[in-house]
Design a protein around this ligand. Structure first.
Ligand SMILES: Nc1ncnc2c1ncn2[C@@H]1O[C@H](COP(=O)(O)OP(=O)(O)OP(=O)(O)O)[C@@H](O)[C@H]1O
Ligand SMILES: O=C(O)c1ccc[n+]([C@@H]2O[C@H](COP(=O)([O-])O)[C@@H](O)[C@H]2O)c1
Length: 192
């Protein structure tokens, strides 16, 4: 599952769990972005903090893993590089790239988009507040994409950051360990 995870929240975790169950996946590998070039217009928390929050959030699930491939690669994060690295390290695996349906509708703006579908099956998870424009998926080979209906959790990382900086709680929106990590490292303008 690819994402910026700034911070990771229960919407991400439910989406990953649903995809794991639907496709009977051996494991879900969370891949926090290194430098999400399409989010360059806003400040993104350091990759190391986002990676560690993802590790904390997923630690109790034996089917969840976290990969450093994007965090450790220099330069902007392109999914084509992510998938090439993962398929080289897991040559026998069938890869499913899980992300939000909203992100998937932008896939033709991604680097080397046409080559992505040779490397993985794409899973777009629905999320509340985002109207799906089916026409935007037309260029994706039909057998390489699935839209997965996720139980609605109206949580976004943006909202978690804004709540934290306003001194409002994010308990139960993100895992407990992530609340504590945010507070310990004074992320998102946490008050001392
Ligand atoms: N509540 C949710 N339900 C289903 N999918 C989600 C949910 N929140 C995020 N996603 C999907 O997970 C992927 C990774 O999310 P990302 O890390 O960008 O989180 P985000 O909450 O969308 O962040 P931000 O608000 O900072 O843009 C995205 O493609 C996004 O659509
Ligand atoms: O490959 C690209 O050019 C590309 C451009 C934008 C987003 N992505 C990927 O899409 C996933 C969701 O991204 P984001 O920024 O919405 O969290 C994440 O894995 C990104 O690396 C990939």
């Amino acid at each position: 599952m690819g994402g910026t995870f700034d911070p990771i929240h229960h919407g991400h975790l439910v989406a990953a769990s649903e995809a794991q169950a639907w496709f009977d996946l051996d494991e879900v590998v969370f891949v926090p972005t290194g430098q999400p070039w399409q989010k360059a217009a806003r400040e993104v928390t350091s990759a190391e903090h986002r990676y560690l929050m993802t590790v904390i959030a997923t630690a109790s699930n034996p089917r969840f893993q976290v990969s450093r491939v994007d965090v450790d690669r220099d330069g902007p994060t392109y999914t084509i590089d992510t998938l090439r690295e993962l398929s080289a390290s897991l040559p026998d695996a069938d890869l499913y790239f899980i992300t939000g349906a909203d992100a998937l509708t932008e896939i033709f703006t991604w680097r080397d988009a046409a080559d992505l579908f040779d490397l993985a099956h794409f899973v777009g998870c629905t999320r509340p507040g985002y109207e799906m424009n089916a026409a935007s998926l037309e260029g994706i080979p039909a057998d390489r994409v699935t839209i997965l209906e996720i139980p609605a959790l109206a949580i976004s990382s943006t909202d978690c950051r804004q709540r934290t900086s306003a001194g409002q709680p994010v308990w139960y929106l993100v895992p407990d360990g992530v609340v504590q990590y945010i507070s310990k490292h004074h992320l998102y303008g946490t008050q001392e």
